[in-house]
Design a protein around this ligand. Structure first.
Ligand SMILES: [Fe+2]
Ligand SMILES: [Fe+2]
Length: 274
């Protein structure tokens, strides 16, 4: 797989835009998947607003995909020209049986990570003279991604309050009739609801969902401002964060590993053998 680099060359800018186009492609699929997969599950008592939110997200992701695909072609490449990772789909598979897990991992982990790295990505394009891509990311993609992250937080909170028969703060999506609506004929409640009820706050439920359905820690630094706009504060993500000391060690190990890979690649390219 080609490395993304720092955006200093045309090839590395193409690789960066290509990775974004691919992410947006998965984002389109995931927006419809959350509706198709979980929308008819009556245990979640999903109101009309849930469907409205994710149709809007799907529309946004389609626009992002098209705009970035066109931009990729403008700078001399095309979708499919580079290899791409499938982390979003791996997480989709890992959360295929649970709406709370899907909301937590795809929207409040992966999309939130996108908010963390977006300012640096925009800076890379701008500092390398690609103002058009920088503006596209800054004016369209970044702002709308905040609302997608917010949808994840909002609907995870809704499910938490549904499980606890309480009202989300500042929300008209009440759940006073939730218990009777989701009880099976035998009177038991669904597993996800039982799990939610073990927690005295949505944040600790989020921590459990992420630890169960996502491998690894969350990487600082966090975009505190954008995350706050999306509706979640440090109490959500800091307990899942990799401590700076360990993050530094992990980064050093990663750099050494990449260095070893490059040496091996050079050796192959120059015909050298070990
Ligand atoms: Fe997007
Ligand atoms: Fe998104």
């Amino acid at each position: 797989m080609k490395r993304l680099g720092k955006g200093g060359t045309l090839a590395s800018r193409q690789a960066l835009v290509h990775s974004l186009v691919h992410i947006e492609s998965w984002a389109v699929d995931l927006s419809w998947d959350i509706i198709a997969r979980f929308g008819s599950d009556l245990t979640y008592s999903l109101p009309r607003e849930f469907f409205d939110d994710f149709v809007t997200v799907a529309e946004d992701e389609c626009r992002h995909h098209e705009l970035l695909k066109n931009r990729l072609e403008d700078i001399g490449s095309h979708y499919g020209a580079f290899a791409a990772h499938e982390a979003l789909w791996d997480s989709a598979m890992a959360t295929a049986d649970s709406l709370p897990a899907r909301l937590a991992v795809e929207h409040a982990v992966h999309e939130a990570r996108g908010l963390d790295v977006m300012p640096l990505t925009i800076h890379k394009f701008r500092s390398n003279g690609d103002e058009q891509t920088a503006q596209l990311l800054e004016d369209v993609v970044y702002k709308e991604e905040i609302t997608h992250c917010a949808a994840g937080v909002r609907w995870l909170s809704y499910l938490y309050h549904l499980a606890h028969n309480s009202q989300p703060e500042g929300s008209g999506t009440g759940s006073s009739e939730a218990d009777s609506a989701v009880r099976s004929p035998e009177g038991s409640i669904p597993d996800w609801m039982a799990e939610a009820r073990r927690h005295s706050g949505v944040e600790t439920w989020f921590h459990e969902l992420v630890k169960t359905h996502f491998r690894g820690s969350l990487k600082p630094p966090f975009n505190v401002e954008a995350r706050a706009q999306a509706g979640f504060g440090p109490e959500w993500y800091m307990p899942l964060a990799m401590l700076p000391k360990f993050a530094a060690t992990a980064k050093t190990l990663q750099q050494e590993f990449v260095g070893m890979q490059l040496q091996q690649t050079d050796a192959v390219a120059t015909g050298a053998t070990a």
